[in-house]
Design a protein around this ligand. Structure first.
Ligand SMILES: [Zn+2]
Length: 299
């Protein structure tokens, strides 16, 4: 596969904005280093709450045009991160935002939560077999914080990695490919605590309140973190990408808020837990490169 860059990273996310919040610094760093960074977003986030009052009419219960609008926000965010390969699972509108857990939107036509996992995974298998990423990043089984689309994105990503490597699966859908390493998005508890302490000390007037650590997806005990990607050189790009998702995110310096108006820290070092494949670092040491130990892809 000589026409591919040596390092290929695939990220699977539920909605536009999740990639910038969770992995913006990582994506910007690898894109700047010449790696192929591919983002697959599973839905257009049609059910999101809208922050700017002037755009309130886009909402699902009004014009229901938030999806296409967020597609534009996603494209602008990817420009900020230097990522040129971003795709929607199955094409735009194939899977729809399922809303929060228990909402009636969970079972609307095309709701991602209602999709058959193998059916949704077939689209991702095509991407995996064509892009041939060595590294896959997605959420943990709880989707980081229990949102149905995040849980489903996890299931689809893990299943697609399995199917892409199966020689018996859809032999016409590209050459078999095994993803060398799979990571789940994480935030170490100590880092979250420090971030919120900083936020409490600063109290930016932009936000009327402060979120709780439990509002941050993927927080776990520090011992579970296996990789830490220093993206501080790309902090401005991450913040700009988050700002591009203006219907969903308000950014104020090193902090941001979602539609609940509760301040959270922007993390520019991003953390991961390796769940498949071998670590490229000695036992007990965190990797500083997601490609560590991958033959032909190390720095
Ligand atoms: Zn999301």
């Amino acid at each position: 596969m000589t026409d591919h860059p040596a390092r290929r990273l695939l990220l699977v996310h539920a909605h536009p904005d999740d990639e910038s919040i969770n992995n913006g610094a990582t994506m910007a760093r690898y894109a700047a280093e010449g790696a192929q960074v591919t983002l697959v977003t599973c839905t257009l986030g049609e059910e999101g709450e809208i922050i700017p009052p002037a755009l309130a009419h886009l909402a699902a219960d009004r014009d229901d045009t938030l999806g296409p609008y967020r597609q534009g926000e996603l494209a602008a965010a990817m420009k900020e991160l230097g990522v040129t390969d971003h795709r929607l699972l199955g094409g735009p509108g194939r899977f729809r935002d399922s809303g929060m857990m228990g909402a009636e939107q969970n079972h609307r036509p095309a709701a991602f939560w209602d999709a058959d996992v193998d059916d949704a995974a077939q689209y991702l298998v095509e991407v995996i077999r064509s892009v041939r990423p060595q590294v896959l990043v997605t959420y943990d089984p709880d989707g980081g914080y229990g949102h149905p689309d995040h849980i489903q994105a996890h299931r689809v990503a893990m299943r697609a990695a399995e199917l892409a490597a199966d020689p018996a699966y859809r032999t016409g859908a590209g050459a078999v490919h095994t993803v060398a390493k799979i990571y789940w998005n994480r935030v170490p508890r100590s880092v979250a605590e420090e971030g919120f302490a900083r936020l409490r000390d600063t109290v930016p007037d932009a936000f009327p309140g402060i979120a709780a650590i439990d509002d941050v997806p993927g927080v776990v005990d520090d011992t579970r973190i296996t990789a830490q990607i220093d993206g501080s050189a790309h902090a401005a790009a991450k913040r700009a990408a988050m700002r591009a998702h203006a219907t969903q995110i308000a950014v104020d310096g090193p902090f941001f808020a979602l539609s609940n108006d509760l301040g959270q820290p922007v993390f520019t070092t991003e953390y991961y837990e390796l769940v498949h494949g071998a670590s490229g670092a000695p036992q007990g040491v965190r990797e500083d490169d997601l490609f560590a130990g991958v033959p032909g892809a190390e720095q």
